[in-house]
Design a protein around this ligand. Structure first.
Ligand code: SF4
Length: 348
């Protein structure tokens, strides 16, 4: 164990705090904290709760149904990250749609999707554009490249989300927040300072053992001071100004829109859609998509898990009906999902 981790662990073990709820906004933090056994270090009265920062988990059922509609009704080739293929829609998943003749190709980036479109000019290709500020720049660059290369068989189906609205919606859900370093590497720290000024405490951090334990030790220490705090525990990556070039490319191609978050509902101006100038690359417009309203499985408690109201193991389906092999909700599918983390590593 290196010196930084040892010192942080000592603080975590020895700091006496009253009951404290810390929300891991980011699903990667949830998984890394479990994987490295950090939960076991925390005092009993410190509770780590999951938040809305897993992009696949917060993508609503309607969106999966839209992608299936494109695959089966419009015979578009769907290019997507692997996790989304297994997320249940209202009646089926993209994996099921594949079995019904839909073409669903797993890719690792939107650039893979434009390359696929270039190699298959006879197919109409749609990339499933989900994620936060971290991934939106590369989604925009894929449209920019498609325009540059004259690819008329490429479009994106947007369900991009931005964190400010989610933070405001969740601000009373925890005593302190563990903010996602990769998002704030793009957006900077301005919003987090504003939240602090309005009484919301949190620490932004990275994903190594040293970064996570330092952040938790900081929260425990600062919480004792009894006033709102913000600290950047990831200064090698997160700068106050963020990444202006990445923010510019988002702003050039996308504009804010109201967005549905699975289980949370509509959060005003918390989504991104392509600007009108790029309508030819917007799959909903290009294919004349009707309004599709999905129905989530009423037994799934993903919404309450994503708001930190319950632990995954409090869901009656957890580990019985719902497992990573047979997921009922998105939180059990995604590699960043809280339910899959609890299933893989067990509670505490
Ligand atoms: S265990 Fe399954 S059904 Fe329950 S909340 Fe998680 S994903 Fe939904």
């Amino acid at each position: 164990m290196n010196e930084v981790v040892s010192r942080a662990v000592e603080i975590i073990r020895n700091t006496k705090v009253p009951s404290l709820r810390i929300m891991e906004v980011c699903g990667t933090h949830t998984h890394e904290i479990f994987r490295m056994g950090i939960r076991k270090l925390l005092p009993e009265n410190v509770d780590l709760i999951s938040g809305p920062g897993c992009p696949v988990c917060v993508t609503p059922v309607d969106y999966i149904d839209e992608a299936i509609w494109l695959a089966l009704e419009k015979h578009a080739t769907i290019c997507t990250f692997g996790d989304l293929v297994r997320v249940p829609g209202t009646k089926q998943s993209l994996q099921t749609a594949r079995g019904l003749g839909g073409k669903v190709v797993t890719v690792y980036s939107p650039q893979d999707a434009t390359a696929y479109a270039a190699q298959h000019p006879e197919e109409q290709v749609v990339f499933l554009s989900v994620g936060f500020e971290t991934t939106a720049p590369s989604d925009c660059i894929s449209v920019k490249n498609a325009i540059k290369e004259g690819l008329h068989n490429y479009a994106i189906l947007t369900s991009n989300k931005t964190m400010p609205g989610a933070y405001r919606a969740m601000k009373d859900s925890a005593d302190a927040f563990l903010y996602p370093g990769h998002v704030h590497a793009i957006t900077g720290t301005g919003l987090l300072k504003e939240l602090c000024a309005s009484g919301v405490s949190g620490v932004v951090t990275g994903f190594t053992a040293a970064e996570i334990t330092t952040a938790l030790a900081t929260i425990l220490t600062r919480f004792q001071e009894g006033r709102p705090f913000f600290e950047n525990c990831y200064p090698r990556v997160v700068k106050d100004e963020g990444n202006p070039a990445a923010m510019r490319i988002i702003d050039e191609f996308m504009e804010p829109c109201d967005a549905m978050w699975r289980g949370i509902g509509m959060i005003p101006a918390s989504g991104l859609k392509l600007r009108e100038a790029y309508a030819d690359y917007d799959a909903r417009i290009k294919f004349g998509m009707p309004k599709i309203e999905g129905k989530p499985n009423p037994a799934c408690r993903c919404g309450r898990v994503l708001q930190g109201e319950i632990k995954p193991c409090d869901c009656p389906l957890f580990g019985k009906v719902c497992t990573p092999e047979h997921p009922v909700g998105a939180c059990m599918v995604s590699g960043e999902g809280a339910c899959s983390a609890f299933y893989l590593y067990g509670n505490k």
